[in-house]
Every structure is written in C-alpha cells, then in structure tokens.
Ligand binder design. Structure first.
Ligand code: FES
Length: 107
C-alpha cells in the first residue's frame, strides 16, 4: 500500500491509497483520476501514462529500463529529467508518499 498524490496541471490534487499489486498508472485509473490515458494498458508502448515525479517527495523509484527510456522520447508533453511512465512504477510500501505531476497532454 502506498499513499500517492496526483497533481493535475489545472491545480486539482488527489491523494489516494493504492494497494499492491498495482502500478502508479493503475492507481490513477482505479480512482478515476483524469490525465492518465494508458492506451496500451500498461505494456510500455504508448507513452500516455507519462508523469513528472516530484523529486522532493523523498521516494526512491526503481531504475528505468531501456524500453521505458525509449518510449519517453515520444510523449505528447515534453520529456524532463523527472519523467517516468507510471505503468512502469509498481506500487509497494517503498512508494509511500510519492507525488507525481500529470502533464498537460498525453496524446
Ligand atoms: Fe502505455 Fe504506460 S500505459 S506506456
């Protein structure tokens, strides 16, 4: 279980408890949070689950795999140093307190 904060570009902030096994993407979908499309269903192909991780939240994320790295070059909103695919972030206790910003556009 992890408490995850999703911040929308319009200013909406949603904080939810997401149980494992899920991903940060799935946590958004389960809670009807706008801003995550996840067109490929979580297989790291579409880039529409793009998030910007708040680097001040203190959560250490799993390392990025090559496929995720490649897909992040094709996202609708610009890639930044803190960009991740939320479908590649499995929820565990280690993600408790994670804060992500949703991009302006996903497709
Ligand atoms: Fe498609 Fe994450 S849901 S890349």
């Amino acid at each position: 279980m992890a408490k995850i904060t999703y911040r929308h570009p319009r200013g909406t902030v949603t904080v939810v408890d997401v149980p494992a096994p899920n991903t940060v993407m799935r946590g958004a979908k389960l809670n009807d949070i706008d801003g995550i499309e996840a067109q490929c269903g979580g297989s790291a192909q579409c880039g529409t689950c793009h998030v910007y991780v708040d680097e001040d939240c203190g959560v250490v994320l799993p390392e990025m795999h090559e496929v995720e790295d490649d897909v992040l070059y094709g996202t609708a909103s610009p890639r930044r140093a803190n960009s991740r695919l939320s479908c590649q972030l499995p929820v565990s206790d280690a993600l408790d307190g994670l804060v992500v910003d949703l991009p302006q556009a996903q497709s």
